[in-house]
Design a protein around this ligand. Structure first.
Ligand code: SF4
Length: 441
């Protein structure tokens, strides 16, 4: 059997670079001109209330349009772009705003493509074996060919987030929560490794025009990387992508599990790379913030350097799913701002689905319904303050922290929709970070 081809191409110009990446890996070898093609971009986050940095967070519209042109030239008529952006359950305006801002309406008018909000479409329960079932979007299941276009990023829970992880956006919210299982034998990585199972043939194009360190969100560090990777084998694309981000596939749990299931080696020995050599283009992308732990507290390094004491805020684990993740950064920022230089009374804050209270704490704050259900009667808890709900209401979080003794300002939570704009200042006046990559003109 021949090796799996992965093309690694420097992004130099619109259309030509995507074409080179796709053709050099034989990306259309399994594509019939009559195929119904589904394009899955990576729109991790959207905010209609302010501008925010998208570089490496969201697939560029440049690559999406170039892919559409290439498919049309190949004779493909039936193209659907689909994404399931996480928003509050009744919010349909934000996905519409995202699709229009990213130029998908222009693509529809110019090339006749359709674009859909997966959350408004039917889902089908798929049995993935071993007692696992997930609800997948039906449009993708019924397509003949999938073009999977993740933004290239390292990720604070999965080390890297590339082609396989991007497919998580095709399942419904309850399935996404299920993926963040507290069962150590069937955890997040176990679920992610199985995501491609029911998919049609996949062409993966990893959009590395921009890449993201400490993703997946806008608070990571963005880089202009100018790379495109493509492969007709999603696992090969991800293993090469991981190497380029400076992470050995053997250290990426979901890649280890995916490779094991398909009897593949992790050393890339069954992969042929066409184009740039990994060593010439690789650059280490840190995947997570460092936490410091000691007698006087546990918290992100930046907070420890600020001098905070008496706070035990353990690093979130893989069981914390997206809704709680989005609140976690705000909670940490609010606590930093609340610091007055006087040590707190050993306040422990617990998140996700698996953490358990430590003995000897003055107060325990449980964030989210999962934590409350699991630990509300735990014998180690002296004083309990909980923000129940899935996801928890930010007013309840503020109350819980305030009552525990951390006087956070509710304004940060009330203005949560404006926070992303603050991160724009890191990139303004830098011509490398070009907003037009996310527009179709
Ligand atoms: S409470 Fe948080 S961690 Fe638990 S299911 Fe809901 S969003 Fe996920």
């Amino acid at each position: 059997m021949g090796k799996n081809l992965v093309s690694v191409v420097r992004y130099r110009m619109p259309y030509e670079s995507v074409k080179k990446a796709v053709l050099e890996c034989g990306g259309f070898d399994r594509l019939s001109p009559k195929a119904r093609v589904f394009i899955k971009p990576n729109i991790v986050f959207w905010n209609k209330n302010c501008s925010f940095p998208k570089w490496g967070v969201i697939t560029t519209s440049r690559v999406i349009e170039d892919t559409v042109i290439l498919l049309k030239e190949y004779g493909i008529e039936d193209i659907t772009i689909g994404e399931g952006i996480v928003t509050s359950p009744d919010d349909t305006e934000t996905p519409d705003h995202a699709f229009k801002s990213l130029g998908y309406q222009v693509l529809k008018e110019r090339y006749g493509v359709k674009y859909i909000n997966i959350m408004k479409r039917p889902f089908r329960r798929i049995d993935l074996g071993d007692g696992i079932s997930l609800n997948y979007n039906e449009d993708i299941l019924e397509s003949d060919f999938l073009v999977d276009i993740p933004a290239m990023k390292s990720h604070n829970q999965t080390v890297v987030s590339l082609g396989i992880k991007n497919l998580k956006g095709t399942i419904d919210i309850s399935s996404r929560k299920k993926c963040h299982s507290a069962d150590p034998n069937k955890d997040l990585h176990y679920h992610i490794a199985r995501l491609p199972d029911p998919m049609p043939p996949i062409l993966t194009i990893i959009d590395g025009i921009y890449s993201l360190e400490r993703g997946p969100g806008f608070d990571g560090r963005m880089r202009r990387t100018n790379l495109l990777l493509a492969s007709g084998d999603v696992l090969s694309a991800d293993m090469v992508g991981a190497k380029i981000l400076g992470h050995d596939p053997a250290e990426v749990n979901y890649l280890v599990q995916a490779a094991k299931r398909s009897g593949r080696p992790l050393d890339l020995s069954d992969i042929e790379i066409v184009g740039e050599r990994i060593e010439d283009v690789a650059s280490y992308h840190e995947h997570d913030f460092t936490y410091i732990s000691g007698d006087s507290g546990e918290m992100p390094r930046a907070m420890a350097r600020q001098g905070l004491e008496g706070l035990f805020y353990r690093k979130f684990d893989d069981t914390m799913c997206t809704y709680c993740s989005r609140l976690n950064g705000v909670i940490l920022t609010a606590i930093r701002q609340a610091w007055q230089g006087k040590p707190w009374n050993n306040i422990e804050v617990l998140t996700g689905k698996a953490m358990e209270p430590s003995p000897g704490m003055g107060a325990t704050v449980l964030v989210g319904q999962c934590m409350f259900t699991k630990n509300k009667d735990h014998p180690h808890i002296q004083e309990l303050f909980a923000a129940k709900g899935c996801p928890p209401d930010s007013r309840d979080i503020v109350d819980a922290l305030n009552n525990a003794g951390i006087a956070v300002d509710s304004i940060l939570f009330e203005q949560i929709d404006k926070l992303p704009e603050l991160f724009m200042t890191r990139y303004q006046d830098n011509p490398d970070f070009d907003e037009s990559f996310f527009q179709v003109t």
